[in-house]
Write a protein that binds this ligand. Sequence first.
Ligand code: G4P
Length: 530
Amino acid sequence: MSKTLLKEINKRKTFGIIAHPDAGKTTLTEKLLLFGGAIQEAGAVKSNKVKKSATSDFMEIERQRGISVATSVLAFEYKGKKINILDTPGHKDFAEDTFRTLTAVDSVIVVIDVAKGVEEQTEKLVKVCRMRNIPMIVFINKLDREGKDAFDLLDEVEQKLELNVTPLSWPIGMGDRFKGIYNIWEKNIKLFSGENKQKISDGIEIEDLADESLTELLGEEDAENLREEIELVTGVYPDFDNDEYLKGELQPVFFGSALNNFGVQELLNAFIDFAPNPLPKESETRIVRPEEEAFTGFVFKIHANMDPNHRNRLAFVKVVSGTFERNKPYLHVRLGKSMKFSAPNAFFADKKEIVQESYPGDIVGLHDTGNFRIGDTLTEGEELNFKGIPSFSPEHFRYVNNSDPMKAKQFEKGIDQLMDEGVAQLFTMEYNNRKIIGTVGALQYEVIEYRLEHEYNAKVSYENINIHKACWVECKDEKSPEYQDFLRVKQKYLARDKYNQLVFLADSAFTIQMTEQKYPSVKLHFVSEF
Ligand code: G4P
């Protein structure tokens, strides 16, 4: 095993920050980059969220698309480690994007607003992380504002997110009375000072909370409260255990205020200590380890060029094992095609550059003219496919029709490529081959129409169809009379997804329930991977 490879692997930590919009993901990202010296001032990271005040939501999505190229991967160095932050949009219409990105991270930080507590998007995203046992650190943000009681909030996190938490830092007061943070892990206190709470003391070591010096530092009341609270914390919550965290069984919690840069360094230091290096990844045939000499990687995101005159796209590849090299031929497994990349991009906080070599954990941006699809695997020749880019049932469904018969080819190509990018999901009805597009948000239909017209010179029209959910069908015995009966009776509601998997398009929750009752051996899944 090459020493360089091992050294590079041990240097890398690739993670995502997940949060409901407005919890503080952008602010926290920016503070982390500031610590890493990757940016010089606050405000450098553009928020990619869809602003509510925008005149047109649709133009806002286009704006967002522009920004998200820049924020897709933000890399920085800190304490000798190379940290890659992968962007995960919080807006629900982009949830699919985030789910896919979560297949490329080795750990996540979950940001929660202290006043709002656990919100809808956080719940959905954490559920996906939990299913995959991704190590999670929780950061409770906005402690400079009045919010929920810390114990109540931890209860909420445990119940709604089904996590097993243990706080490693603890707030001293909150809102106007927010004085600082007791670092349970390192046994020290950091205090705010100054009018606008911008100054932060160096850590004051506190060996024993019973010590009189605590009272001198915080005043009688706060000192007593802290002692009581920490006693409760140590009594109620389990001790932190790094292995349990790495297995996704225990989640450390930190408190702070990203805006005031408070508690962020504690979070970052803990992240550096605890968070995993690039992890092995399961393929359909075997588990691939990062230290294997041969390069492997997979596409988790495709970004179309913003310039409609160039149909060039950027495919984001996570390096799983070995060393990726510029101009070296690799096997595109699905197409069985050898490909070389003369201008692979590496990403930094504020720029992207052509890279000669990349290592496990890194993200490489490959220029693509339509060869890649999300989930594709690249290797040095081995026929393997990485697992785990799931599709979730869309929320909206419509028939799509080509409304300009002269442009049928462009239309097909456009639909095909937009689906490869993961803009929406395509289903083809079994009995008449009609195409249905399913999306997470209704706005995606406008995006598809606009992009087909501007990038492919094709025209689309939509037709409503009453579908409640797409259910991926699984049956252990496909020859059984029950399954055959299901196929016959439901014929008009069966379709194939892009990967040729069978999908039952159910028109209501009631239909799903009745179908499950009538055909107990036919399993219906709301996610394509089971
Ligand atoms: P997001 O990416 O998760 O959507 O959240 P973002 O960081 O954009 O933060 C959302 C809002 O919350 C921003 O205010 C931001 O300044 C504020 N915020 C973030 N961290 C803290 C914190 O620790 N304390 C307080 N009090 N506020 C915080 P905004 O007014 O919506 O936007 P802006 O105009 O300030 O950018």
